[in-house]
Design a binder for this molecule. Structure first.
Ligand code: FAD
Length: 218
């Protein structure tokens, strides 16, 4: 017997209509595009509401976002698609992100060398030496998981203090089970050395995750 597990955002055709499994952003986008083409669509969502990781829920009069809900894309046609969808409801908001770390707010994405000042001098030295150690052994290090990727470029000490707790808290998946490709997409500055260089000589074009503004719909 073969068990068939429907995948989120996967579309299939039943009779004359279409069935989309998963009412997250991907599924709802597919459904909308099919509707625009005049198709009959049914979205099957296993949760009580649609929205998936991008949904907002209410409790005790407060509204909570599961994720950041900040839209940005380097693909102009994707941006245009959203502009057409939301019209005047689409706002441009300056980005101002902080992470609460070591009882202080630090910039996100993390900035160097400023970020090191929130740690004791001993811890900061430990981080720099751990980075130098990672550089020395760079060639022998593999690049399979998120953990491998970050340690190779930032050192183990900084991984354990910053990247690991933050990532595992947000995504709920251990760093050694996330892929290295995912790290390279999410971490705009690819090494501690480049991060320090960017801080001293800011680049003309900001890296993708360090954008200064994003789109938002109220
Ligand atoms: C903390 C956090 C912050 C984030 N911040 C941002 C941000 O600022 N900007 C940004 O662009 N992205 C952000 N993201 C990522 C973004 O939220 C997700 O990439 C996006 O919402 C994924 O949409 P999706 O439709 O692919 O999947 P999902 O949102 O996971 O939707 C899948 C849906 O399918 C349903 N489903 C699953 N299995 C089945 C089944 N068998 N049958 C029927 N239904 C099923 C689920 O219940 C869910 O509703 C963030 C994510 C997190 C967690």
């Amino acid at each position: 017997m073969i068990a068939v597990e429907p995948l989120a955002g996967m579309e299939t055709q039943v009779g004359g209509g279409h069935v989309v499994f998963g009412g997250g952003i991907a599924g709802l986008t597919i459904a909308r595009e099919l509707l625009k083409q005049g198709c009959h669509v049914t979205v099957v969502e296993k949760g009580a509401t649609v929205g998936g990781l991008a949904r907002t829920f209410e409790r005790d009069g407060f509204r909570f976002d599961i994720g950041g809900h900040r839209f940005h894309s380097n693909n102009p046609s994707v941006v245009q698609w959203l502009k057409d969808l939301l019209g005047a409801d689409l706002l441009t908001v300056p980005r101002f992100s902080h992470i609460y770390l070591n009882q202080q707010f630090v910039d996100y994405p993390i900035q160097f060398p400023g970020a090191l000042t929130i740690f004791s001098p001993l811890k900061a030295i430990q981080m720099v030496s751990s980075y130098l150690m990672a550089k020395l052994t760079e060639r022998q290090r593999r690049d399979v998981s998120f953990e491998d990727w970050v340690i190779k470029r930032y050192g183990r000490a900084l991984y354990e203090v910053f990247f690991q707790p933050y990532t595992e808290k947000v995504w709920g998946i251990p760093g050694d089970r996330l892929s290295a490709a995912w790290a390279s997409q999410r971490i705009g500055i690819p090494s501690m050395w480049r991060a320090v260089r960017h801080a001293i000589f800011p680049p003309q074009k900001a890296p993708a995750t360090a954008i200064s503004q994003f789109y938002l719909s109220p």
